[in-house]
Design a protein around this ligand. Structure first.
Ligand SMILES: Cc1cc2nc3c(=O)[nH]c(=O)nc-3n(C[C@H](O)[C@H](O)[C@H](O)COP(=O)(O)OP(=O)(O)OC[C@H]3O[C@@H](n4cnc5c(N)ncnc54)[C@H](O)[C@@H]3O)c2cc1C
Length: 715
């Protein structure tokens, strides 16, 4: 992958005025709106404060060389971030959740503005923090922002909570739409989508504005003793109505009620042409299909979403915390778990099963008390009993608990460090200022009991933290649903979404983190190549080359066609989003074939309306649409990666460096203090590749040095 070496180097380039669509119009270019035009735009918005001009990274207050320098403000900022604070971070207009996503990742490391200077005389660089932002409080604010960006060919990004994994909510030189403060929420006893045939029966539902998060959603719906399908997140901070819904949405409740997209009833959306539209199966069938799973914000800026609600119910949870003393017993532990894996899904459970450093923890939930599925308790109890028989494995917790609701299960046990019994997201989710995540959807054939040992070997060999989401199975397996939304069809035969993360402090090279995740995913990808397996678009591996087929499988060609018609001027393009093939890593210029002669961006040139970036990154758009389509029109047979053609170990490449095994997590909580050969434990329990460790051998190459050096950089 090619990288930039200078965050805002386009400012000095005199890049061509790109009134056309080969490049976005960037600050400093003649095409960029004048101060008067920004002022006129601001005057159309809800309040004089709605538009922020000259937005800076929040760390600017920590740099003596910066006009915003303020020692007290810097201290306050660092105590708020405090290593990592999801509530604080997700409410910021000027930051995503992670520093590496606020920065341009160059081959030399971060180009951005760490919350404290890493060196004396350091400069706070703008990085990917949008210099212009609209803190929207009304639909009209969104419409105005979309129209202004469209008129001036600006890079437009949408940020809700900033939890997304590869930096799509931010962008170099962009205008940001910040939706986080849209908090309206309405509960319906009987909701009928607009345009539904007469006589259509209403269903209980909830409408959430774009900024509602899962904590607000659960608290609100459970007050009327109902429930919605939603995510797990530290302190409820993942957005309930933004990227989660648009990117598919998985939940521990999915085995009972389906994926997020299976529960949508209607959206209000501002389209790329600035119109406010009601999107549902009756009024806009193609867009209805595409927007549900196509990924945000590719098909419009979501204003609100209406989702089905379900009867409230108690939740039974199963919590398990274990620690193996040595590598051999760790493998036995993981093998035992894999022997039960599919059966536990079939017995009605959903959950998460983080493992790292010879420790395995399970936090599972099943609807009902006792669980509605009669096999629920006996199946889990059998696993508990067998695990306790393992020699050299300390099982410190193996218990069932009952919670009054799904929300209480999530809130009390998964997010509150004071009450936690099971998986404590606040401790284990990447608790550092940099984080990289990736995932692979594991088909049930691959995780079948007969492959338990070979699959467990791959798990044991991982060198970074895994937080697999056990959210498939049950009604998710209804393959007829592939017709009704653009969600990756791989979901329909997946039980575990194998999610993994590497995190680290500001000083670590983010390239190492990206490579660590990519390398650790490889053996699992090889077992279930796309479109048989796939990747959750909301937990994308930034280095995935065949992203079209990995994210959407056979759905991609249709998605691409709808996108091209809906957004002919590429207003809402995000990295590895639909129709992003031709764009560089930062969605500033089209690279097309990587050899274009349109070097009007060279220093000193100006005036062309079809400006392109000289030497713009090409590896960042590795697969053409047709490549993605080809792959999807001749899908690999499930058998290709399935156990019937060999065990997981046979079908996989050599795994990454084996974990050396590590000190055990302290008490029964997770991820603390242990690390493998290439990893180091963070204070908050996150693993990060050691800075002194060698880079993985297959570092993705970005071509020549020169080529690597620019987004739109002068020659
Ligand atoms: C700690 C943690 C826990 C998680 N748990 C789960 C889980 O249980 N289940 C699950 O499925 N996923 C989970 N995720 C992944 C989560 O679904 C994604 O991070 C998701 O993209 C977050 O959406 P957001 O709107 O909150 O965040 P953002 O990062 O702000 O947005 C994500 C994407 O959606 C776009 N977007 C946001 N709002 C809008 C809008 N109004 N209109 C159009 N586009 C928009 C953004 O541009 C961006 O591309 C988790 C992530 C984290 C970090």
């Amino acid at each position: 992958m090619k990288r930039t070496t200078t965050a805002l180097s386009f400012l000095s380039l005199g890049l061509a005025a790109s009134a056309g669509r080969s490049c976005k119009c960037m600050p400093g270019q003649p095409c960029f709106p004048t101060q008067e035009e920004w002022t006129a735009f601001g005057s159309k918005l809800s309040t004089p404060e709605t538009l922020i001009v000259g937005q800076r990274p929040m760390g600017a207050v920590c740099y003596p060389s910066d006009p915003l320098f303020d020692v007290n403000a810097c201290q306050a900022l660092n105590s708020s971030v405090n290593g990592f604070n999801h509530v604080f971070m997700s409410a910021q207009i000027d930051a995503t959740n992670w520093l590496n996503l606020d920065s341009v990742v160059t081959e030399k490391g971060l180009d951005g503005c760490p919350y404290f200077p890493l060196a004396q005389n350091a400069t706070c660089n703008q990085g990917r923090v949008p210099p212009y932002a609209v803190n929207v409080t009304s639909v009209q604010d969104i419409v105005e922002a979309v129209n202004f960006a469209s008129e001036h060919n600006l890079r437009l990004v949408v940020k809700n909570t900033g939890h997304e994994a590869i930096g799509r909510p931010f962008g170099v030189g962009a205008l940001e739409i910040f939706t986080h403060n849209l908090k309206n929420l309405t509960i319906h006893d009987s909701f009928v989508p607009q345009g539904a045939p007469e006589g259509t029966e209403g269903v209980p539902a909830m409408t959430m504005a774009a900024g509602v998060d899962w904590r607000q959603a659960y608290e609100s719906i459970e007050r009327v003793n109902r429930s919605v399908v939603g995510g797990l997140s530290p302190v409820g901070t993942v957005g309930a109505a933004g990227g989660w819904q648009l990117g598919t949405g998985q939940s521990v409740a999915s085995p009972v009620f389906g994926l997020g997209v299976d529960n949508n009833l209607e959206f209000t959306v501002v389209l790329p042409n600035g119109t406010v539209t009601t999107v549902n199966e009756y009024l806009t069938p193609d867009l209805w299909w595409a927007i549900r799973g196509g990924g945000g914000p590719s098909f419009g800026v979501l204003v609100d979403v209406t989702v089905k609600s379900h009867p409230g119910a108690e939740y039974t949870s199963a919590f398990f915390v274990s620690q193996a003393a040595d590598d051999e017993s760790y493998l036995e532990l993981l093998t035992l778990w894999m022997k039960y894996h599919n059966n536990i899904s079939d017995a009605g459970w959903g959950g998460v099963w983080p493992f790292v450093g010879r420790g395995l923890s399970l936090s599972f939930g099943a609807r009902g008390n006792p669980p509605e599925n009669p096999n629920g308790l006996p199946t889990f109890q059998a696993f508990f009993d067998d695990a306790k028989k393992l020699s050299n494995v300390n099982v410190s917790l193996a218990e069932f608990h009952v919670f009054s609701s799904f929300g209480e299960f999530v809130e009390t046990q998964l997010v509150d460090p004071n009450t936690v019994i099971g998986f404590n997201s606040t401790a284990i989710v990447p608790g550092q200022v940099q984080s990289v995540t990736g995932s692979w959807l594991m088909p049930r054939e691959v995780t079948a009991a007969e492959n338990a040992e070979s699959f467990a070997k791959l798990l044991a060999n991982m060198t970074i933290l895994a937080v697999p989401f056990f959210v498939g199975g049950g009604v998710v397996e209804d393959v007829s649903k592939n017709e009704t939304s653009a969600a990756n069809p791989a979901w329909r035969h997946t039980l575990t979404d194998l999610t993994m993360s590497a995190g680290g402090p500001a000083s670590i090279d983010p390239n190492l983190l990206e490579q660590a995740v990519h390398e650790n995913l490889k053996p699992f990808r090889a077992l279930a190549p796309p479109p048989y397996g796939g990747q959750y678009v909301n937990e994308a591996d930034v280095l995935e080359e065949e992203w079209q087929i990995a994210h959407w499988g056979t759905q991609y060609p249709r998605l691409l066609a709808i996108k091209k018609e809906l957004d002919p001027n590429d207003l809402l393009i995000v990295y590895h989003g639909v129709n992003s093939e031709d764009w560089d890593r930062e969605i500033i210029c089209k690279t097309t074939d990587g050899t274009q002669s349109g070097s009007s961006g060279s220093s000193g040139s100006s005036g062309s309306s079809e400006a392109t970036c000289p030497g713009a990154p090409t590896e960042s758009s590795p697969s053409s649409p047709s490549q993605g389509s080809e792959g999807s029109t001749s899908p690999s047979s499930p058998a290709q990666g399935s156990p019937s053609q060999g065990s997981p170990s046979e079908g996989s490449p050599s795994p990454a460096q084996p974990s050396t095994g590590a000190p055990s997590p302290d008490h029964g909580s997770h991820g603390h203090g242990s690390h493998g050969h290439h990893s180091q434990a963070s204070p908050s329990g996150t693993l990060a590749p050691s800075q002194s460790s060698p880079a993985p051998s297959s570092v993705p190459s970005g071509g020549s040095e020169e080529e690597d050096d620019d987004i739109c950089e002068s020659a």
